[in-house]
Ligand binder design. Sequence first.
Ligand code: RIB
Length: 287
Amino acid sequence: VAVVGSANLDLVVEVSRPPRVGETLLGRAGGRFSGGKGLNQAVASARSGAPTRFCAVVGADEAADVLQQTLADAGVVTALRRSTSAPTGVAHVLAFDDGDNSIIVAAGANTELDADDAVAGIAGAAVVLAQLEVPLASVAAALRAGRTAGALTILNAAPAHSAAVEMLGDVDVLVVNETECAELGGIGRLHADGAQVVVLTRGAGGVTLHRTGSDPLQVDAFPIDPVDTTGAGDAFCGALAAALAQGVAIEAALARACAAGAVVAQHRGATTTALSPASIAALVSSR
Ligand code: RIB
């Protein structure tokens, strides 16, 4: 699996609700974790059992060392370019009591990921996986290179951007949550715009697979008490990519992906060492 995307340091504050404009709200320090949708997905892919490469741009700073260590611990082969002009991306995560969150990203060096960076790890990959937290032209270049090289291409259109629609011709599987799907015009519009396979994630509501010409297929979520849902969607995408790269049929791959999301949501931070082929299999076989 070749993952192209963002790498951030997540600074978490536990708080009961979002602050109002002009308000100072006291929260509790929730920790400092590796994050970024690209990094989270690469770590999840590797921890799900697929050899994984990750291309990203980080700063020449200590935060980048933290991210590099997380990737190395997960066994991800990395091509992290160190910018000399921008710091590592930082995400400010407000973690609410119910396990949900709000996130603000200062993209930093992620904005410098260019098309050369994006295509660097793609040769020989079975699956190319990208999101929209890095320059859109670079995402488009990665998907086009993946398609040209015969890889299966997966786009997680997060955060949603209308430019995703222009990339659909190079996308085999589009993954969106309900908000992103609505922002892109809904399932019908996405199919009309060329998305043949759309995976709609609905948190505790599970996922629905929408394929052109077929009835929707529902895959239920695993019932859990979430601790921190940050990165659960990324774990879903990474595990989905890993399963598809391993030749698993999409229905079974979606079950594995739901299990990976559930594992991550039961731990603090956007990645966890608790994610493994065994922990995924244990959840899947618990149904
Ligand atoms: O999807 C969760 C991720 O979004 C966080 O890790 C944060 O860094 C932002 O990129």
